[in-house]
Design a binder for this molecule. Structure first.
Ligand code: SF4
Length: 315
């Protein structure tokens, strides 16, 4: 018998952001309006559960435009795509619907603007991430990827006085700040957009973990391994010295993690559905008699409109 009651501190905000909600609704609506199959360039959002459930409804996820039959319906995912991909889709006569998150589009537009003005642009981000590939594609000649503070010392640019930085939307705020500081120390004229690129959802979910993790013995982050913002939440929770796990759902839970644990932080990355959170809570409650205590750090009420083509269909 346990000598103490286990408490689950349920972080809020957590889970779906406005961009993910919009992308998922877009794919749902596209499937309803056009019927299966609907092709999706890359995962609609980086979450196994979401991707698998859409596969069952007739979505086909591809990593190359060449894999989409001519004339088909194609959805661009929340992470955005480069102009080259858009052109390839047009050349293939695809009916492309763009579910890029507007906050990713914001970074694309900044890249285009700075490149046009002759700046070299440092993009702070993770190599190979869909969003980074899309953003770099806006101005490949003018952009340099910076992944770490160490990278900053190795940079070489045509003109030290014409430099700007942008960031991926889902970075660790703390890591990004360290890199920005190193860039500022090296480039006195470094410029940046008036409003930062790390999005509200990333910042709020990190803020909640930063505030709650210290009071817990174990941290659980719902999200997939390839979800950048979820990985950052797990790292942040782990930085407090507590065991922290990134899990897709209740099947990944291990009773051994809960030994001697009095309080558990539960949160979810921006692409993780609330269903998987609730299933995990139920599992912990049933197994250990835990009680759930919501901890609301901040209210969110952001929403984004559906892509224009879908809005027109609804009109
Ligand atoms: Fe948009 Fe941020 Fe959500 Fe990414 S995490 S889809 S940038 S709101």
């Amino acid at each position: 018998l346990r000598k103490f009651e286990m408490k689950i501190l349920l972080a809020s905000p957590r889970g779906f952001c406005a961009g993910v909600n919009m992308a998922i609704e877009s794919l749902d609506l596209t499937l309803t309006e056009f019927g299966a199959p609907v092709y999706v360039y890359h995962e609609i959002v980086h979450n196994q559960y979401v991707v698998e459930s859409f596969k069952k409804k007739g979505a086909v996820f591809v990593d190359a435009i060449a894999d989409v039959p001519e004339g088909s319906v194609l959805l661009f995912s929340a992470h955005g795509v480069s102009p080259e991909i858009r052109k390839m889709a047009a050349d293939r006569n695809l009916n492309a619907i763009d579910a890029t998150c507007p906050l990713v589009t914001k970074v694309h537009l900044e890249a285009v603007k700075y490149a046009r003005e002759g700046y070299t642009i440092f993009l702070i981000g993770h190599e190979g991430h869909d969003e980074v590939i899309g953003t770099m594609g806006e101005a490949p000649e003018s952009m340099v990827l910076v992944e770490s503070v160490e990278d900053v010392a190795k940079l070489e640019v045509p003109d030290d006085a014409q430099v700007a930085y942008l960031t991926q939307t889902t970075l660790s705020v703390d890591d990004a700040n360290r890199i920005i500081q190193a860039l500022r120390a090296r480039y006195k004229n470094l410029v940046n957009p008036p409003k930062e690129d790390i999005c509200y959802a990333t910042q709020n979910r990190q803020e909640a973990v930063r505030k709650i993790a210290c009071d817990t013995d174990l941290c659980l982050v719902l999200g997939s391994q390839n979800s950048s913002n979820s990985q950052r939440l797990r790292e942040l929770a782990g930085d407090t010295g507590k065991p922290a796990y990134l899990i897709d759902g209740k099947a990944d839970l291990d009773s051994a993690w809960f030994e001697g644990v009095e309080s558990v932080l539960v949160t979810a990355g921006a692409s993780a559905p609330e269903t998987v959170v609730q299933e995990c809570l139920d599992w912990i409650v049933q197994k250990f008699g835990a009680t759930v205590e919501p901890v609301i750090i901040r209210q969110e009420n952001v929403s984004f409109p559906l892509p224009k083509k879908l809005r027109q269909l609804q009109a």
